[in-house]
Design a binder for this molecule. Structure first.
Ligand SMILES: Cc1cc2nc3c(=O)[nH]c(=O)nc-3n(C[C@H](O)[C@H](O)[C@H](O)COP(=O)(O)OP(=O)(O)OC[C@H]3O[C@@H](n4cnc5c(N)ncnc54)[C@H](O)[C@@H]3O)c2cc1C
Length: 413
């Protein structure tokens, strides 16, 4: 991509925007215009809401719209996980029914993958879907499902064949969360937030037409979602221009505030490296040689890993699907969180445990200490990222396993 190309896209999108923008529309009406214009996902094909342009044009188009006070695509798992997975793997029928409403933000999504006995070993999942006429009936339990208590739809993986090896018997579905067979129970975390849920599926029903990919081909589709997940970082705001106003803007602000409630603690989960220097000054520890060394190691690691992430992002911009480099980025984020955790502890000592107004940062540091462990678990643990890198990038032998060739029903349960 050259600057000239980028400038051309900015001009084209703004040309369209100035003719289409009306701040008195509802958010939904505005997003319908945006999606219909092809500028919500310009990198997608013109058959499916796009313009057939290179992958980098999505970022450029969204940035250009926001920079002039407009509203771009919604935040969240619908846009980042469900939409790209459906674009790559769903039938035309599913795309026609679900995609438009996902891109406008009318449908929100959650991810129903993990189970009590299947997290890292996701292919060992046991939630089971059985075909009854043209409806799949699903029973089982999912867990750690972010936003499942208020999502409209879920991307679900379930076992549809126990007579084949574990990876071959999985099917990927879009499930309606608003039905009697789906019960989401929020889980309170050790940092006191409630971002995720247990989800109980009891005779939940999914029309056969809502299978994504092939029956029994769900593992391939799930891997696509997981690759998007590793490449995805939670956006902290809709990046609305500060002086923007109007009905669309008010509704977009309300939508973002609602969405961001779930992710309020995510900056703390990442370690808050940005607070370290100020905390060291305030606590009179900035001259301590050990603390200074730890701070420098943290900042240089963070800077270097940001460059690696930027390189990976640039490599994806021509349209290459996310690959193993997402695992490097994910590991680096875990390491930044761990190092930040250690430096905050070194600076604050026992005060790091104070909460609710006792601490100079009103408990932010204690929230960092209670939240950073999640960074190295969500979206695939550190050990799993290392396995991926070992196998896919270093060409090491696959981990020995005893359960990948025999029918899943014969695997010791
Ligand atoms: C903040 C957050 C949000 C989440 N959101 C969602 C969501 O929206 N939807 C969803 O479905 N899930 C979600 N999860 C769940 C997440 O995907 C799982 O927690 C994760 O995959 C790990 O699975 P597990 O917890 O069962 O741990 P396990 O798989 O039981 O792992 C336990 C430990 O064993 C290690 N281990 C396991 N297998 C191996 C191996 N082969 N080699 C080396 N070490 C291994 C792991 O690294 C880990 O340290 C979320 C988790 C978090 C923390």
């Amino acid at each position: 991509m050259s600057e000239v190309d980028e400038q051309l896209v900015v001009e084209q999108v703004l040309d369209w925007f100035h003719g289409a923008w009306d701040p008195d529309l509802s958010l939904l009406e505005w997003r319908e215009r945006l999606v219909d214009s092809g500028w919500a996902v310009p990198s997608w094909s013109s058959d499916w809401f796009g313009r057939g342009l290179p992958a980098w044009t999505d970022r450029v188009a969204h940035g250009a719209i926001r920079a002039v006070g407009g509203v771009a695509v919604p935040l969240g798992g619908g846009m980042m996980l469900a939409a790209p997975t459906m674009y790559e793997h769903a039938s035309d029928d599913v795309k026609a029914r679900l995609m438009h409403r996902t891109l406008t933000g009318e449908l929100t999504w959650c991810q129903l993958f993990s189970e009590p006995g299947a997290g890292s070993d996701l292919a060992g999942l046991k939630a089971t879907a059985v075909l009854d006429g043209d409806v799949w009936v699903v029973n089982g339990q999912k867990v750690w499902n972010t936003s499942a208590d208020h999502a409209d739809m879920g991307i679900l993986v379930a076992r549809t064949d126990w007579d084949v090896p574990k990876h071959a018997g999985i099917t990927y579905f879009a499930i309606d969360m608003h039905q009697p067979g789906v019960e989401a129970r929020p889980i309170r975390q050790m940092n006191e937030y409630q971002s995720f849920n247990e989800v109980f599926l009891t005779d939940a029903r999914i029309p056969h037409s809502d299978v994504i990919g092939e029956v029994g081909g769900g593992w391939r589709v799930a891997r696509a979602t997981l690759a998007h997940e590793r490449a995805f970082s939670v956006q902290r705001s809709l990046a609305l221009a500060p002086d923007a106003s109007g009905r669309v803007i008010d509704e977009a602000r309300a939508e973002a505030a609602e969405y961001l409630k779930t992710y309020e603690w995510y900056p703390q989960r990442a370690g808050r490296a940005d607070l370290v220097a100020g905390r060291a000054e305030a606590a009179g520890r900035a001259d301590d040689a050990i603390v200074r060394q730890q701070m420098m190691r943290l900042h240089s690691f963070q800077r270097a890993s940001q460059w690696t992430a930027d390189r990976a992002k640039a490599a994806r911009e021509p349209g290459r699907p996310p690959g193993s480099e997402g695992s490097i980025g994910k590991l680096a984020l875990s390491e930044v969180a761990r190092r930040s955790h250690a430096v905050h502890t070194a600076i604050a000592g026992a005060q790091a445990m104070l909460r609710d107004g006792d601490d100079p940062l009103d408990g932010v540091v204690s929230e960092v200490l209670l939240s950073t462990p999640a960074q190295s678990i969500a979206g695939g643990t550190d050990e799993i990222q290392k396995n991926i890198l070992g196998e896919n990038m270093l060409g090491l032998k696959k981990e020995p396993s005893v359960d990948t060739r025999i029918p899943f029903k014969d695997v010791g349960q």
